[in-house]
Design a protein around this ligand. Structure first.
Ligand SMILES: Cc1cc2nc3c(=O)[nH]c(=O)nc-3n(C[C@H](O)[C@H](O)[C@H](O)COP(=O)(O)O)c2cc1C
Length: 250
């Protein structure tokens, strides 16, 4: 299993060669995505692959002009989808009742599992990938560009292509002890938090983020710069409003 070490060597790639990806690789990505476990084998997701410059240009501003959307040969938008399943139920005189929060969450779970399988298949084929969470920030606008019907909500985007440069060192992680709990959840003491996060805080690149932004510490880089309160509140409301409209939840 994992002879190439794909699982332990993932690193997000954000710049790509202008090299076309063969259809046989794209098929491997699709087939890996649909092989993922999913709720009741209902596969409550759809995958939109965008390769045309015009579509990618339309998507670019909706991803806050992250250049990789334009430069990557493949842009996959993974969507939670109850539309297809509802249509099947209605055609077969079965009454669907999936327009609620439980089933949105279920569809998101299926979607994310398919997306990660796609990512692993892409990396296994020598491609680099990066996920984009900006999909949730502008989901309604992205849905318009991709002509998504009601019941189909964009969840996450993945760009993929041949990496422009060799992968450098892996991105840091918390140690497994920080995220794994045996038998029951053992809540974190202040000293646990100190222990787990101080390693991150000591890294030069993290110290630079703090200095460049004139802040006191790394946590403030997240709360004040990367994911500030006003954006969190704005985009959370925007996404929830769209999901409610699309899934007709009330
Ligand atoms: C749901 C999700 C959303 C992400 N959104 C972005 C994004 O909008 N822009 C970006 O450059 N990277 C994005 N990333 C990549 C993460 O920043 C990256 O996975 C994380 O920093 C760990 O680095 P690594 O993937 O190189 O190990 C996203 C990753 C995930 C899983």
């Amino acid at each position: 299993m994992d002879k190439k070490g794909i699982l332990l060597n993932h690193k997000s790639i954000r710049s790509f060669l202008p090299r076309i990806v063969d259809d046989s690789i794209i098929m491997k990505i699709f087939n890996a995505a649909i092989r993922a476990s999913n709720t009741g084998n209902m596969q409550l997701y759809s995958i939109i692959l965008s390769t045309q410059p015009k579509v990618k240009e339309d998507l670019l501003p909706l991803h806050f002009n992250q250049e990789m959307v334009k430069r990557a040969p493949l842009v996959f938008t993974f969507c939670a989808d109850i539309n297809r399943f509802n249509k099947w139920c209605k055609l077969r005189n079965a009454k669907p009742s999936y327009d609620n929060f439980l089933w949105f969450s279920t569809a998101v779970t299926d979607t994310i599992l398919a997306a990660e399988n796609a990512a692993l298949a892409a990396e296994n084929a020598g491609l680099g990938i990066c996920f984009l969470g900006t999909t949730m920030y502008n989901a309604e606008e992205i849905a318009k560009v991709l002509t998504l019907p009601k019941g189909v909500v964009p969840v996450v985007t993945m760009v993929a292509g041949y990496p422009a440069k060799p992968t450098d060192e892996l991105t840091e992680r918390l140690p497994y002890q920080a995220v794994v709990h045996f038998e029951r959840y053992h809540d974190y003491s202040d000293s646990d938090i100190e222990k787990y996060y101080s390693e991150l805080e000591k890294l030069d690149k993290m110290k630079n983020f703090v200095q460049e932004n004139n802040l006191e510490n790394l946590a403030q880089v997240f709360t004040n710069i990367r994911y500030p309160e006003e954006n969190n509140n704005l985009f959370s409301k925007k996404y929830l409003d769209f999901v409610k409209k699309s899934f007709r939840m009330e």
